[in-house]
Design a protein around this ligand. Structure first.
Ligand SMILES: Cc1cc2nc3c(=O)[nH]c(=O)nc-3n(C[C@H](O)[C@H](O)[C@H](O)COP(=O)(O)OP(=O)(O)OC[C@H]3O[C@@H](n4cnc5c(N)ncnc54)[C@H](O)[C@@H]3O)c2cc1C
Length: 405
């Protein structure tokens, strides 16, 4: 039986961040990370397209929490303890500068996730954290106030245990065995599959600012919309996929969305179209786009409004005008299925938030059992927020463990 003061299960983002901080704050502690894989930090490596979107330039806790469909209420207190600025400072103090991109996403200036991995491996070594790979945890039990952990190779014992295994069904089962409730895991962050003539020939087209509603629900979002080979993507869709993760899973990813491409009321758009008809009667509708829409998208919407490429503004009838106003403001698309967004996926679900003390990230059911990262029922939209949740939870765990030392 190998004995440690602190064992961290899971060599991912939250696990490393916690282990390093615990060991740094408590040099007298023996700290180990148990990782089931041959390599650690696998998701960090592939994150952000290999660049690692470490966090997001939102510095107000009340604003930052809004990006978390699950965890909004619970993260407010923790973000007052450790959030974006602290993440920047933490990495900066260890020689990793972060830069802010136009959309607020933050990356290492090297544009390489390896920089983050190298930093973590260096810090873990510096603070004598034992990083043990090929140690898939099979059982977790408590005996005489100590945690006993059995892996496929060894047996371990620790006073304090952090479970940071991300979205691992096996570990969720073990935690259920310890009395925890697990909110049903469902995918979050996905794009919508749509087969529709209006989209078929225009992959790559972006409408900069649209409104999207999921019909029959309260789900609503705004932002850029991208036409892909499979359907629709970009923030307007990804936000819906995250905030609607449970609702859309219930519908087996079959539902309808209504897109307002111009963010104006149908009646107002109709009035403007009538004016164009009066002012530009001789021009063809197809070649005379309005509302600052990408030309190819405009043309598809014109064709969907029972006009041809040759229809002139002056010749189109009321039905066609109303049809076009409808396509611009209330275009309905049938979604049938989902696809992965740039290989990035996140799982909504995990340990029930009511069972965690968010001042310490300790289990309310078991003393000296901590949980951080995606193992908890917290997830966010894309943009660096999921890692920020991992850093925040992990840092607070380190403080809580240090306060007991
Ligand atoms: C392709 C991709 C790109 C992403 N890009 C970004 C991004 O740029 N920015 C962002 O904020 N978020 C991103 N995310 C989400 C982010 O990676 C996760 O939210 C984050 O990694 C969660 O951290 P974690 O420590 O909780 O879990 P993980 O990083 O998944 O780590 C969990 C670790 O536990 C180990 N483990 C599991 N079961 C066991 C077991 N039984 N015994 C021992 N070890 C075990 C796993 O092997 C893993 O190493 C991305 C996700 C993906 C899939």
């Amino acid at each position: 039986m190998k004995e440690y003061n602190v064992i961290v299960v899971g060599g991912g983002a939250a696990g490393f961040f916690a282990a390093i901080n615990i060991a740094e704050q408590n040099p007298q502690y023996k700290v180990a990370i148990l990782e089931r894989g041959k390599e650690v930090l696998g998701k960090v490596k592939v994150s952000g397209g290999g660049r690692c979107n470490v966090t997001h330039a939102e510095f107000v806790p009340q604003e930052l929490v809004k990006y978390y469909p699950r965890g909004e209420k619970e993260l407010l207190g923790p973000f007052h303890q450790f959030m974006t600025g602290d993440t920047m400072a933490w990495f900066g103090e260890r020689g990793v500068e972060l830069k802010i991109e136009e959309d607020g996403r933050m990356f290492p200036v090297s544009d390489s996730s390896q920089t983050i991995i190298d930093c973590f491996l260096f810090e873990a070594k510096k603070h004598n954290v034992d990083v043990l790979t090929n140690q898939g945890v099979k059982t977790i039990s408590k005996r005489d106030e100590a945690w006993e952990i059995e892996t496929n190779h060894d047996n371990f014992k620790a006073e304090q245990l952090l479970v940071a295994t991300g979205s691992s069904p096996k570990i969720w089962k073990l935690l259920e065995g310890l009395g925890h409730s697990i909110s049903q895991p469902v995918p979050s962050l996905f794009t919508f599959n749509i087969k529709d003539n209006r989209l078929k020939d225009i992959p790559g087209v972006v409408a900069q600012n649209v409104e999207v509603k999921v019909l029959g629900t309260d789900l609503y979002s705004e932002g850029p919309l991208l036409v892909t080979h499979w359907g629709l993507s970009a923030p307007a869709i990804l936000k819906l996929s995250a905030f609607g993760a449970l609702e859309l899973a219930k519908r087996d990813y079959k539902f309808e969305v209504e897109v307002n491409f111009v963010k104006q009321a149908t009646a107002d758009v109709l009035e403007q179209l009538k004016q164009v008809k009066l002012d530009s009667a001789k021009k063809t509708v197809f070649k005379f786009p309005q509302f600052d829409l990408p030309k190819r998208l405009w043309q598809q919407l014109v064709l969907a409004s029972e006009m041809t490429e040759d229809s002139r503004w002056g010749d189109i009838n009321r039905n066609q005008l109303e049809g076009l106003a409808g396509q611009l403001t209330q275009a309905v698309f049938k979604v049938d299925g989902k696809s992965t967004f740039k290989e990035e996926f996140v799982t909504a679900g995990g340990v029930d938030l009511k069972e965690i003390n968010f001042k310490t990230f300790e289990s309310k059911l078991h003393k000296n059992l901590y949980l951080a990262g995606e193992v908890i029922n917290i997830d966010a939209v894309t943009g660096g927020f999921n890692f920020q949740n991992a850093w925040t939870g992990a840092y607070i765990v380190s403080k809580a463990i240090s306060s007991k030392a």
